[in-house]
Design a protein around this ligand. Structure first.
Ligand code: HEC
Length: 160
């Protein structure tokens, strides 16, 4: 009897799931004219990226977790840490966007007044001074500064 009552909800749930996966499949890989699909920078050079990071004075506002070779910023009001252990991978696309369009998505974990003014990032816009080579090198350098936190599954008590 109980099983009978459960059945319609279960069916509904699987229907919803099926519909959702179709939406995700169609929407997930957005290949519309404005999507980033197909975008790739030329291969960067991490060593050159580290030098560019210092030369363009990214170090005025950014520290790099655990990287002692990089001068640490003297700006306690606005020091944004890059690199270190993260739970979601810092994708190439996210890094490029953070650099060339900083206000698109503000860094998480900071009070908005610290990182933005009226929704606009306080980060300097480099688009008229940075070369594409510098951008590619910076992204290659920065990506290597992030480590994905190992996934630790929750331990459940055995089901009795
Ligand atoms: C004047 C200060 C300032 C300078 C200089 C600066 N940034 Fe930023 N940056 C910020 C602030 C503030 C944020 C956080 C708000 C945001 O996400 O735009 C940020 C965010 C970022 C993020 C995203 C971090 C995250 O966790 O989402 C990256 C990547 C980054 N900056 C790279 C750079 C690079 C590379 C340079 C040098 C070419 C640079 N920044 C120069 C202030 C600065």
């Amino acid at each position: 009897m109980k099983l009978f009552k459960l059945l319609p909800t279960r069916r509904l749930a699987s229907g919803v799931l099926a519909a959702l996966s179709i939406v995700l499949l169609l929407g997930g890989c957005d290949r519309g004219p404005k999507s980033g699909y197909g975008f790739t920078l030329p291969q960067g050079d991490a060593e050159a990226g580290a030098k560019t990071f210092v030369a363009l004075e990214c170090t005025a506002c950014h520290s790099i977790s655990g990287n002692k070779a990089i001068t640490q910023p003297q700006n306690p009001q606005m020091t944004i840490a890059l690199g270190g252990q993260v739970s979601t991978i810092q994708t190439y696309g996210k890094l490029v966007t953070s650099i060339i369009n900083p206000s698109h998505k503000l860094a998480k974990g900071y009070p908005e007044t610290m990182v933005a003014v009226a929704g606009r990032s306080k980060m300097r816009v480099y688009n008229d001074v940075m070369t594409v080579t510098q951008l590619a090198d910076l992204v290659t350098f920065l990506q290597a500064q992030y480590q994905l936190k190992p996934f630790i599954p929750s331990e459940y008590a055995p089901y009795q």
